[in-house]
Design a protein around this ligand. Structure first.
Ligand SMILES: NC(=O)C1=CN([C@@H]2O[C@H](COP(=O)(O)OP(=O)(O)OC[C@H]3O[C@@H](n4cnc5c(N)ncnc54)[C@H](OP(=O)(O)O)[C@@H]3O)[C@@H](O)[C@H]2O)C=CC1
Ligand SMILES: O=C1O[C@H](CO)[C@@H](O)[C@@H]1O
Length: 325
C-alpha cells in the first residue's frame, strides 16, 4: 500500500499555522561538535525535511544560519518553505525579546515560525565567556547545584511571549511551551491569554506521558516529542519491543520510532548528523493501533527519562515514576 513519507505529513496548530510532523533536532553536544550542524541541516532539507528545531541555548543557531543562507542561495528552498522553531532559555526568563532578537540574528532570518518557552524555570544570569553570547547556559552555585533565580516567575516568560504574539509581532507565527507537565499547563492556562500551540517534551516508547497527552488534547495543544531515539547513543533503537516491529515491518528502528509519533499526531525532531539516519527517519511505517498501544503501555510501565535535568527536579510532576537512564 502506498503511504506518504514522514516529511510529507503536516499538523495544523490551534491558530491555523501548519507544522511539519518531522523535523531535525539540533541540540548537538560533545562528543558531537556544533559546526557539523551546518551539513546536517543541508542534508535534512535536501532529504525533504522542512522543520528545523533549535534554541538560543544550543549554540547551533549560527551554523544553522550558514546552512540556510546556502540553501536559499542555491535555490533549494525559500524561507517560507521552512518551519523554524527556537526557544527562550531560563537565563532569559524576563528577557524574551532580547532572546528572540539574538536567535534571529544568529539564524539570519526575519522571523521564526514557533517560539517556545524552553523550561518553566528561571535561572540567574551569570557572565561566562564560554557560555552562549557571554552568558552561562547552566549556571551553578559553588556546591555545583543549579543556580535557580528564586525570585523569578516562570509565568513572566509566558506573559512576555504571549504579549509579542498578541500584538501580532511579525517575527513569530506561533507560540508554545516546552517541558510543561500537566500540573504546570493547567496552572498556566488559568491566567494565560493565549493557549500555547505546542508543548515540546520528552516522549517515546519508554516515556509515553498518557496523562499529558490527554491534557494537551483537551486544550488543542500539539505535542512535540524530543529525544525520540533516546538521546545520545540512541538507546531506544535497541529496545526489544522496537526490534520486534523492525522485523514485523522490515523497517529501520529509526523509522519505527518516528512513525510511532507521526501516527499519533505528534511532531518529532530527531537529531542526526548522519545522512543515512536522516534519510531512514523519513520512512513512514504503517504501525497499527495495536502496535502503538503496546509501545505506549511499555512507556507507562518502564519509564526512563533520557534528558534528566537536575534543574527541573523542583517542577511538580517532572520526576513522577522515573528511573535514571
Ligand atoms: N525542549 C527541550 O528541552 C529539548 C529539546 N530537544 C530537541 O530534540 C532534539 C532531539 O533530541 P536529542 O536529545 O538530541 O536526541 P535523539 O533522541 O534525537 O537522539 C539523537 C541520537 O540518535 C542518533 N540517531 C538519529 N537517528 C538515528 C537512526 N535512524 N538510527 C540510529 N541512530 C539515530 C543520532 O546519531 P547520528 O547523528 O549518528 O545519527 C544521535 O546520537 C534535540 O536535538 C533538540 O532539537 C532535545 C532535548 C531537550
Ligand atoms: O533542549 C535541550 O537540550 C539540552 C541538551 O542539550 C537540554 O538541557 C535542553 O532542555
Amino acid at each position: 500500500m502506498l503511504h506518504p513519507r514522514n516529511t510529507e505529513v503536516f499538523f495544523t496548530l490551534n491558530n491555523g499555522v501548519r507544522m511539519p510532523a518531522l523535523g531535525l533536532g539540533t541540540a548537538a553536544e560533545p562528543p558531537k561538535t556544533l559546526p557539523p550542524t551546518k551539513q546536517a541541516v543541508k542534508a535534512a532539507v535536501k532529504a525533504g525535511y522542512r522543520l528545523i528545531d533549535t534554541a538560543w541555548a544550543y549554540g547551533t543557531e549560527p551554523y544553522i544560519g550558514e546552512a540556510l543562507k546556502e540553501l536559499f542561495e542555491e535555490g533549494v528552498v525559500k524561507r517560507e518553505d521552512l518551519f523554524i522553531t527556537t526557544k527562550v532559555w531560563p537565563t532569559h526568563w524576563d528577557l524574551v525579546e532580547k532572546s528572540l532578537e539574538e536567535s534571529l540574528k544568529s539564524l539570519g532570518v526575519e522571523y521564526v515560525d514557533l517560539l517556545l518557552q524552553h523550561w518553566p524555570v528561571c535561572f540567574e544570569r551569570v557572565s561566562d565567556p564560554n557560555g552562549v553570547n557571554g552568558i552561562a547556559r547552566n549556571p551553578t552555585s559553588s556546591d555545583g547545584k543549579p543556580l535557580l533565580n528564586k525570585k523569578g516567575d516562570h509565568k513572566e516568560t509566558w506573559r512576555q511571549i504571549e504579549s509579542l504574539y498578541l500584538k501580532k509581532d511579525p517575527r513569530i507565527r506561533a507560540v508554545g511551551v516546552s517541558n510543561f507537565p500537566s500540573e504546570y499547563l493547567d496552572d498556566l492556562l488559568k491566567t494565560a491569554k493565549v493557549v500555547p500551540a505546542v508543548n515540546q517534551v520528552e516522549l517515546h516508547p519508554q516515556f509515553s506521558q498518557l496523562k499529558l497527552r490527554e491534557t494537551c488534547k483537551n486544550h488543542h495543544i500539539i505535542l512535540e516529542s524530543y529525544s525520540p531515539m533516546g538521546a545520545n547513543g540512541a538507546a531506544l533503537t535497541e529496545l526489544s519491543i522496537v526490534q520486534e516491529l523492525v522485523k514485523k515491518y522490515d523497517a529501520s528502528p529509526g523509522a519505527v520510532l518516528i512513525s510511532y509519533h507521526v501516527r499519533q499526531g505528534v511532531v518529532t525532531v530527531p537529531l542526526s548528523q548522519n545522512p543515512k539516519n536522516i534519510a531512514a527517519n523519513v520512512e513512514l511505517v504503517p504501525l497499527t493501533q495495536q502496535d502503538i498501544d503496546a509501545l505506549n503501555k511499555n512507556g507507562e510501565e518502564h519509564i526512563v527519562r533520557y534528558r534528566d535535568e537536575q534543574f527541573a527536579y523542583p517542577v511538580p510532576g517532572f520526576r513522577e515514576g522515573h528511573e535514571r537512564a
